[in-house]
Design a protein around this ligand. Sequence first.
Ligand SMILES: Cc1cc2nc3c(=O)[nH]c(=O)nc-3n(C[C@H](O)[C@H](O)[C@H](O)COP(=O)(O)OP(=O)(O)OC[C@H]3O[C@@H](n4cnc5c(N)ncnc54)[C@H](O)[C@@H]3O)c2cc1C
Length: 378
Amino acid sequence: MIDICIIGGGAAGMTAAICAKEKNPSLDVLIIEKKEQMGKKILASGNGKCNLTNIRCQNYRQTLAFFAHLGLLTRTDEEGRVYPYTEEARAVYTAMEKRIGILGIRTETSSQVLAVDKKEHFQIHTAKDCFEARKLLIACGGKAGPQFGTTGDGSKLAKQLGHHVTRLVPVLTAIDVKEDNRDLAGIRVKACVSLCHRGEIIAEETGELQFTKTGVSGICVFNLSRFLLLPQGKTIKDGFDDYRILIDFFPGKDNLTEVLLERSQMKGFEREHLLDFLVRGPIAERIYQLSKGDIKEMARLLRHFPLSPKGAKGWDYAQVTKGGVCLDEIDLTAMESKITKDLYFAGEVVDYDGPCGGYNLQYAFETGMLAGKEMANE
Ligand SMILES: Cc1cc2nc3c(=O)[nH]c(=O)nc-3n(C[C@H](O)[C@H](O)[C@H](O)COP(=O)(O)OP(=O)(O)OC[C@H]3O[C@@H](n4cnc5c(N)ncnc54)[C@H](O)[C@@H]3O)c2cc1C
């Protein structure tokens, strides 16, 4: 009989194992991991640098203390994003893996949990074995980035133990648009980008935006993708018709009509050259075409450049899953199930998603710490 079984050796599962074993070293703790190695997503995170938390997160100090205790030095950038001092994701992974080894936490890699049930204790079924455990943590992540082992198993296992799961949606990803964007592909601009639904702004982000062959990308677009949701009952074909992306290339600049009128009096700034040096050539060309040469309309389009989203990129490109195990079925002070005793959840398997900048790993570490410490209680 295992004391604590953890399904998923990602950020949340590894953290929970360390916290449980440090609190009560006599416990037998087992992590079951589907991939040949734990922590594959940590290694890929933050473009290989691992943005592990953000000083704007309420509980970021707990995460800093946890990693300081593992001997990891960190640095914080001007946006509040925290990275390992060497800016290598491997440092985060190695610090955790090393402590797992020192504490004698058992690990079963290349082992996918296929089913769980509970009689007196939990039965955890893999293709080869059936493990029995007193306490169980589901920390299998969501569905984003299936190449790192996350294919939505956590939701299936949670349902087998009586939980409900909200709709899973890929977020923190690029957005495809209906317009033919090939002429703009590769252009990067600093702008304020709004996502509108039926004419109302529902989310707004300022930052660097990158045009791609099929749409737009960049951190500000990733953050907007959290709000681009297919309405219930709608199909991808027309489900996003009510959404618009509006790009403001000149945030705060209200006198663009005057600027353009003034230019129109200057030599070399004939109508089709009015936008020269204001925006990149292909963008100027698109605005000129849309405005049909009308100065007022050009000025408006410089601040409301429209794109029609046709959906976010899919699971292979998404960094995070929106949706998961219903929050109201979990005691969030302990991450324990309100439905099945001695069952716990941590990380992305839960119905939480945050913006780019360290918020999602923070949630995984924070809930992993909480669940680990709670599970160690007799
Ligand atoms: C490319 C990329 C970059 C990212 N960069 C950042 C960043 O810089 N900062 C940030 O805050 N967030 C980032 N994220 C998001 C962040 O990595 C995740 O939110 C976080 O890792 C979730 O932690 P988790 O432990 O819940 O799940 P995961 O880290 O996904 O771990 C879940 C583990 O469970 C295993 N598993 C799944 N099913 C089973 C099963 N049936 N049996 C056994 N094991 C199973 C998986 O193989 C996996 O190892 C990034 C995500 C991606 C994809």
